[in-house]
Write a protein that binds this ligand. Sequence first.
Ligand code: PAF
Length: 288
Amino acid sequence: MLIVKTVDEIRKFTKKEHQAGRKVGFVPTMGALHLGHLDLIRLAAEKSDKVVVSIFVNPTQFAPGEDFEAYPRKLEDDLEKCREAGAAAVFCPERGEVYGGENYIRMHLSTLGNHLCGASRPGHFDGVIQIVNKLFNMVKPDVAVFGQKDIQQFRILEQMAFEFNHDVEIVMGNTVRAADGLALSSRNVYLDRKERIAAPHLFATLQKAGREITQWMEASDVQAKFKKLAAESGKELEKAGFRPDYFELVGYENLQPPEQLKSGTTYVIAAAAYLGKARLIDNVLIKL
Ligand code: PAF
């Protein structure tokens, strides 16, 4: 497995693969890899001939006071996991390689960032589109895989690839869960034993809400109904020890709260909630 730190080296890698007629798959990560990431690598390998994994904790997607400094960094361990998962190359640049020189340009997200994590973490997705835009231009992949757990990120990056004409297929990987339903996340290391036991409540509450909304097809007061459901869900989460951040229903395409639920349309119920030091996010996708 090739391990490279510079844009020149990763470009050479992709160029050689493309010249040989091979497709390059890409899994961008911030490291601290878990089984969820390994599943994305497996999916990328299914869709391409050689997989590149990037490992870079991107400072521009963390707001001041968030966990940029504390974010788990385990490069040696991550490299071993990438090797075992069959990655062909790992791109792990230093900050200066990515953001060296003057940076005068900022990208700002429009309405896809108004709700969910975009509302609770202002500027977060501006940082995500900045780095993924850069990584796409550095790695030049044919296929890129992102997980469903970060559903708003997925939808935004899908749209970014379209609007910025990146010649890359964006593929969604399933959320990988522990046996009790907790979505795997690098931030789960922040949970203590008691919090870890309570953590699966987040997904259970989302699933319950998902079952409920499938009965609202003809309803004209979806917003009012969901407000009530979100308040009840919030109370259940509080009882389990969470400090809820948001619990929202949005259409998948525009990530806006729907007036009515239409058949043939995909919706997302997504939630974020703090449990001790950890901010957990999860979602259910509902195709009506
Ligand atoms: O999902 C992540 O780990 C990050 O947001 C990403 C896509 C690697 C960009 O830094």
